[in-house]
Design a protein around this ligand. Structure first.
Ligand code: PHE
Ligand code: ZN
Length: 883
């Protein structure tokens, strides 16, 4: 460990800064290993100066300090002190100009935090605490300043020099250098600061805002990639229009820039006026990107754009408030994507992500509320919980207030807090005052309690009285540091479906509380246990619970499985049709896993086979929806239902179920494949994407029959494919089914695409996710392949990250999978702690593993903790997992 015991930071310890910085002028003279930084800041006391400590403490990491001036006078060695991770200026005045000269080494920066090089591009990443790796600063989001930047660099190598805001000056300098100066007129926190320099290709367009201002839109990419920016540009313009129409938000600067870089820890970053993106979320053309990549581009472009108002104009007071900007912005990007595409398909995709990833986090060793109360390393809190569960919490507010009420709330939020760094309470306050002081007291438990609530539902029908009752009991298991949970206030979508498939009107028999208990088929759950009785129900209905996934919870009920079969076919809520199919399959497959473990021969439930067949044959279903509903639950979802995870049998059962269904409906499936596998002009319309999705799902099912003619079919698709969706789907399926064509397609794909790093990432993924013991050997071999580079996170995620999700191989009882990943974590941590700590998260199932695997993981965790110099990032995750 770097420090013997890394410090825990607590929300309760928050205090405002003693000093403020209102203006900063930065000058960079760029050089690979020796970049000169000059920072000139206006510093002033935040409070009554007499009451303040006179030492100004600045953050700084990996910096070489050269000179300090206060009001133009250079400081002597006794007037300041370098401390661990910072600098103290002693005996400061109430107001002064502080000028600091320091140097940094961007080439050595493999953590990709602060100023670094991605290939030949200089770029920055400052959220959450990267700015302190550029220069000394009060590096916290409630220090909001106006930034001016002068970038100086070699003109031939770096013709493009960018920073936030608008360019105000430029010119040539001696020695082949040039400069550009930028001014961002909006105050902002340091984490939104950005700088880029490179020899970049440019794609330009413009957008006219609702008030008639013309905005210059620019996407900068590596030269040669300009043709892959159409979708990103289109998505940007759609985002700008959507935010005007739905939220009344207009863009504020005259220029909006996006830069794509290959080496980036996350998806993208919302720096003011100068977004920096992982190239995977900018570059997309039909030949190299799949349909799901296109969705990704649209969603992330939207997300970063929407941050301009929810994140940048109004930002976070401190990092415990992270969900203030992230939950809200994810909600906004999800709604944008729903408006641009099929709403139900998009909602199902979002819920799938939530359930398969956030629910696991909420049940594991790093479970935390969307507003955590402590952290060791804030970088570890860019999580599914803060983002995705955070979005569900915002969505519940939207459901409680209705679309109009929600919009009144956001208007109020912008009116009250524009230009400020605020808290989640401030957001709730705005929502409340704009809606007749709506009472969110109990609702706020969602912000402070971790864990996925469980609703246990009992139903009863009183034939004589024509009354139907449901009793809902909510609970939430203990999570680290939280043994007891208070009941949540949650909106609960309910439908009572009659025999003929219509919904009964919902009329409550008695209303007990002042708050409305039901509005538009939404019940308000507030008690640990409560009963709702509905009148005028003339026969026993089939209940449809939590319609639209109105609350992010798990459900347990006393309903027979035949109800699921009924709802799969009849629910008026499309989401619940999907959900019922999933729930039924989970139920049945969970029993099969137990059977497999007990050596009982596997047999699939006949009514399920039949219901599945009905879906296959249902021609009224939209193809994308059909592809989703026919996709049986993933192994990860099945593991969640197990007290002790059984990787081998879960894999076996899933294979068995797929094979059984495919063999039963081989003819129908094959007919669907043929009907969709026709030469057509490529299109990105939802219909065309739906066709490709269903076609590839069906091909996967056909391959699972084991009939070799489908190997040929997949090979043919691979060879003939004219778009990456079909090509990559075929590649993956051929490798995964261990077909005789596997080696050949691996080779062909490599030769065809080895110069496209984003495509090679797919190639690595397809191989690292293959089952069977040879995969690990292959993954190890790929580490030294020419396309692999451990300093590029996308490549690490594709190869190593994918392997950690290859359950049977990673959790192989021999322990070789664990050993490999443990070595990788230790190795990558030396370069990039954020990447390493993400990998360390793959041990999250530790507590639920069978004892032999648990012992192996324990050894791994202890080996990591025993490493000297492990990062705080990895330490936090591993120690919490081990605890
Ligand atoms: N704030 C970025 C987003 O949500 C994510 C991010 C966090 C990127 C930290 C880089 C570093 O859009
Ligand atoms: Zn974000």
């Amino acid at each position: 460990m770097k420090d013997a015991s890394p410090q825990t930071i607590f929300l309760k310890d928050y205090t405002p800064s003693d000093y403020l910085i209102s203006k900063i002028h930065l000058t960079f003279d760029l050089d690979d290993t020796n970049t000169q930084v000059i920072s000139k800041m206006n510093v002033s006391a935040n409070y009554d100066f007499k009451s303040l400590k006179r030492d100004l403490v600045l953050n700084g990491e990996e910096l070489t300090l050269n000179k300090i001036f206060v009001d133009g006078v250079e400081l002597g060695a006794d007037q300041y002190e370098l401390i661990e991770d910072g600098l103290v200026i002693k005996e400061v005045k109430e107001e002064f100009i502080l000028e600091i000269h320091n140097t940094i080494n961007p080439l050595a920066n493999k953590a990709l935090d602060g100023l670094y090089k991605s290939g030949s591009i200089f770029c920055t990443q400052n959220e959450p605490e990267g700015f302190r790796r550029i220069t000394y600063f009060i590096d916290r989001p409630d220090i909001m300043a106006v930034y001016t930047t002068k970038v100086i660099a070699d003109k031939a190598k770096y013709p493009v020099l960018l920073s936030n805001g608008n360019p105000i000056d430029s010119g040539d300098l001696e020695g082949g250098k040039h400069f550009v100066e930028w001014l961002d007129p909006f105050v902002k926190p340091s984490y939104l600061y950005a700088l880029v320099a490179g020899d970049l290709g440019l794609v330009q367009d413009e957008f006219t805002t609702m008030s008639g201002r013309k905005i210059d839109l620019r996407i900068y990419v590596d030269k040669g990639n300009e043709s892959k920016c159409d979708h990103a540009m289109e998505s940007l313009k759609n985002s700008m229009r959507w935010d005007e129409e739905v939220y009344g938000r207009e863009y504020d600067l005259d220029i909006y820039m996006i830069v794509a870089v290959d080496a980036f820890n996350m998806g993208a970053m919302e720096n003011k006026g100068l977004n920096i993106f992982n190239s995977a979320y900018v570059l997309a053309d039909p030949k190299t990107a799949t349909d799901s990549n296109f969705f990704g581009v649209e969603g992330v472009i939207g997300h970063e754009y929407f941050h301009n108002w929810t994140g940048n104009r109004i930002t976070c007071r401190d990092w415990f408030q992270l969900t203030l900007k992230e939950g809200l912005t994810v909600f906004r990007d999800q709604e944008f994507s729903s408006d641009m595409n099929s709403r139900v398909v998009n909602r199902i995709a979002n819920i799938k992500t939530l359930k398969s990833r956030q629910f696991v986090e909420d049940a594991g060793p790093t479970a935390h509320p969307i507003k955590p109360s402590s952290y060791i390393e804030i970088n570890n809190f860019y999580t599914m919980t803060i983002y995705e569960k955070g979005s569900e919490v915002i969505r519940m507010i939207h459901t409680l207030l209705g679309a109009d009420g929600f919009r009144k709330g956001t208007d109020k939020y912008f009116e009250l807090f524009d230009g400020q760094a605020v808290t989640t309470e401030d957001f709730i306050h705005a929502m409340s005052v704009a809606n007749d002081n709506y009472d969110f007291t109990q609702f706020k438990n969602w912000y402070h309690q971790a864990g996925t609530p469980m609703l246990d539902i009992k139903t009863s029908y009183n034939e004589a009285a024509k009354e139907y009752s449901i009793t809902v009991t909510q609970s939430c298991k203990p999570t680290p540091g939280q043994d007891e949970k208070k009941p949540y206030h949650m909106p609960f979508g309910l439908g009572l479906v009659s025999k003929d498939g219509a919904d009964f009107p919902l009329k409550l028999k008695e209303v007990f509380t002042a708050q409305p208990q039901i509005e538009e088929n939404i019940l308000h759950l507030t008690q640990e246990s409560e009963t709702f009785t509905f009148t005028g129900i003339d026969h026993e209905p089939v209940p449809s619970f939590n319609r639209g996934f109105s609350a992010p919870v798990n459900l347990k009920s006393d309903r027979p499985l035949s109800d699921f079969v009924f709802l799969m076919a009849n629910d008026n809520d499309e989401y619940n049709r999907y959900e019922s199919a999933q729930a039924l399959a989970i139920e049945l497959m969970s029993c099969l896993v137990k059977d497999a473990a007990n050596g009982v021969p596997l047999k699939l439930d006949a009514p399920f086979i039949k219901a599945y067949g009905e879906l296959i044959k249902d021609e009224s279903l939209d193809n994308s929806f059909k592809a989703l509903i026919l996709d049986i639950p993933s192994e990860g979802i099945l593991h969640q239902a197990q007290d002790v995870v059984d990787f081998e049998n879960t894999f076996k059962v899933r294979k068995f179920v797929k094979e059984t269904l495919a063999k039963t409906y081989e003819q129908e499936l094959s007919a669907i494949y043929d009907s969709l596998n026709v030469d057509k002009e490529y299109s990105l319309s939802p219909e065309a994407m739906g066709e490709r999705e269903l076609k590839n799902l069906v091909l996967g099912l056909l391959l699972s029959t084991g009939n070799s003619k489908y190997d040929d079919l997949a090979y043919e698709q691979f060879v003939k494919a004219t778009n990456m969706t079909d090509e990559f789907a075929a590649l993956t399926m051929i490798i995964h089914s261990d077909s005789k064509y596997a080696d050949e397609v691996i080779e062909k794909f490599f030769i065809k695409w080895k110069h496209e790093t984003l495509v090679m990432q797919k190639w690595l993924t397809a191989q690292a996710s293959a089952r069977g013991e040879k995969t690990l050997g292959r993954v190890k071999e790929l580490l030294s392949n020419e396309v692999y580079d451990k300093s590029v996170p996308n490549l690490v995620r594709s190869l190593i990250g994918t392997f950690t999700a290859n359950y049977t191989e990673f959790h192989n009882t021999s322990g070789v999978g664990y050993e490999f990943i443990t070595n990788q974590i230790i190795d990558i941590d030396k370069l990039n702690p954020q990447m390493a700590s993400r990998l360390a998260g793959s041990f999250k199932d530790y507590k639920r593993l069978p004892s032999d695997l648990k012992a192996l993981v324990k050894t791994s965790l202890e080996r990591i903790l025993a490493e000297k110099d492990i990062s705080r990032n990895v330490y936090e995750i591993v120690s919490k997992t081990h605890a």
